[in-house]
Design a protein around this ligand. Structure first.
Ligand code: ADP
Length: 259
């Protein structure tokens, strides 16, 4: 089946997409924070959401995590409806998605290792040994193999965020959502976390949806950049185009303000 490209994003909205939002509207009271949004993401692609504060970027990630529900529209992940859908199906679809938050959100009373094994054991049904083996591999990947027994509060912000990234990957998600993951870090810790994410983007086939104000990082990892304003995608394209020669004046203004 051939479909027209979606006018707001230039992305074809049929065939081969892993994530699809159609006509998604979200309101908080009288505030329409997402306004008839349509976009799709193909498997393995890295899509970055940029735009001013309050333009609705985080709300999209929260919708995909089912932390909030749309008022209108449909959301599909890997061909399965996430909204609207029965609760049991939502739980299945949710397993495909991992998220890393600005504030790490680690379990403070559990060791680093247990932070990584808890959900794989409880949600995926892995044995404790399997989950620990996977956790140790991931902690090695993020450079924290020696911190298995530490409590997260003993770690630096950068280390905690590495643990949070490893914890998300421990669920072997198809999609990784990253919500301003370096915003809460001291400036000297930002580069290390971004380098780790660049490595993950390069060396895995995981699909990434990333909200960031780090424009250099966005330029490096993105296949596509979506520029948001007031709950709509006002421009979408390859990073070279969006950062180098944007069509919308609003995009140009935003990028020169944050660079
Ligand atoms: P961004 O990530 O682009 O900064 P958000 O998605 O966080 O934007 O927020 C979009 C709008 O939705 C903002 O106006 C924000 O105040 C509002 N908003 C977000 N979450 C809530 C909530 N739980 N209750 C009320 N308003 C909210």
């Amino acid at each position: 089946m051939t479909k027209e490209p979606d006018a707001s994003t230039g992305t074809a909205v049929a065939g081969g997409e892993l994530i699809r939002l159609e006509g998604v509207t979200k309101r908080f009271g009288t505030n329409t924070v997402l306004d008839d949004l349509n976009f799709s993401v193909e498997p393995g692609k890295h899509v970055t959401l940029i735009g001013p504060s309050g333009s609705g970027k985080t709300t999209i990630l929260r919708l995909l995590m089912t932390l909030t529900k749309p008022d209108e529209g449909t959301i599909t992940v890997d061909g399965q409806p996430l909204f609207p859908a029965p609760e049991k199906q939502v739980r299945e679809v949710r397993k495909k998605i991992g998220m890393v938050f600005q504030q790490f959100n680690l379990f403070p009373n559990m060791s680093v290792l247990r932070n990584l094994t808890e959900a794989p054991v409880r949600v995926l049904g892995l044995s404790k040994d399997e989950a620990e083996a996977r956790a140790r591999e991931l902690l090695d990947l993020v450079g924290l193999a020696d911190k298995c027994d530490a409590k997260p509060t003993r770690l630096s912000g950068g280390q905690q965020q590495r643990v949070a990234i490893a914890r998300a990957l421990a669920m072997r998600p198809q999609v990784l959502l990253l919500d301003e993951v370096t915003s809460a870090l001291d400036p000297e810790l930002v580069a290390g976390v971004l380098d780790l994410l660049r490595d993950i983007a390069r060396s895995t086939d995981i699909t990434m949806l990333c909200v960031t104000h780090e424009m250099g990082f966005a330029r490096d990892i993105s296949d596509q950049v979506l520029m948001f304003d007031a709950g709509r995608v006002i421009e979408a394209g390859a990073p070279e185009k969006i950062f180098g020669d944007p069509e919308q004046e609003r995009t140009r203004e935003f990028i020169s303000a944050v660079l």
